[in-house]
Design a protein around this ligand. Sequence first.
Ligand SMILES: [Zn+2]
Length: 247
Amino acid sequence: MQLHLQTWPEVEAYLQRSHGIILPIGSTEQHGPVGVIGTDAICAEVIARGVGEAAPALVGPTIGVGMAQHHLGFAGSITLRPSTLIAVLRDMVESLAGHGFENFYFINGHGGNIATVTAAFSEIYATRSLSPAGSVAPVKCRLRNWWQGEGVGRIAKELYGDAEGSHATPSEVAVTQFAYPEAIKSAPLDPVIAPRGDFSDAADYRRNFPDGRIGSNSALATPEAGKRLYDAAVAALTKDYLGWVGG
Ligand SMILES: [Zn+2]
């Protein structure tokens, strides 16, 4: 159930039975020569919609641009500053909290978002803690990274071992190939498995990881693997969401 395909009376009726909403959050950033720019947003969106159907639960608009400053050395990447992303998340949550939503379940597609999203939760909670009791609508937020869902990591390990790496992973590329088979890319990768290491700003990242990948061989991705990963992520996150909202 997607929020943007409902009417306001339908949302009011939904709020009679549930106060939970799922919010996909991703990023618009390079994913090496094989992975598409929207990889993180696509993974978060399709998995969130799958959870929304299985639960069932309302799924809000995808937050498709995240905190990706370190990817700006590559064409097409877009970032929000951490402070901007915090402001966006606060405004979205407060808008929906005013209507009676209380449980905000973020399904995340980008590791670079985690620190900022967690800080946004603290801002949202601080507003409540600093306000007189009962004057602000109650809110609980949870962040879940789709690739850490129960069983998802095991499939990635089985399929890809150490070639999974940590950016432009064959797992995330596979999920995009399952979602958009018409956009499957191929390109020579040299070296086949990308280097590992750390980074600071965009120039440092590009120096350390010249083609954009970190530790991965994205060319191992297949849409069939994407379907397996998708199914496992939807099952794990649906269970987690229902346990949280119900409890
Ligand atoms: Zn990614």
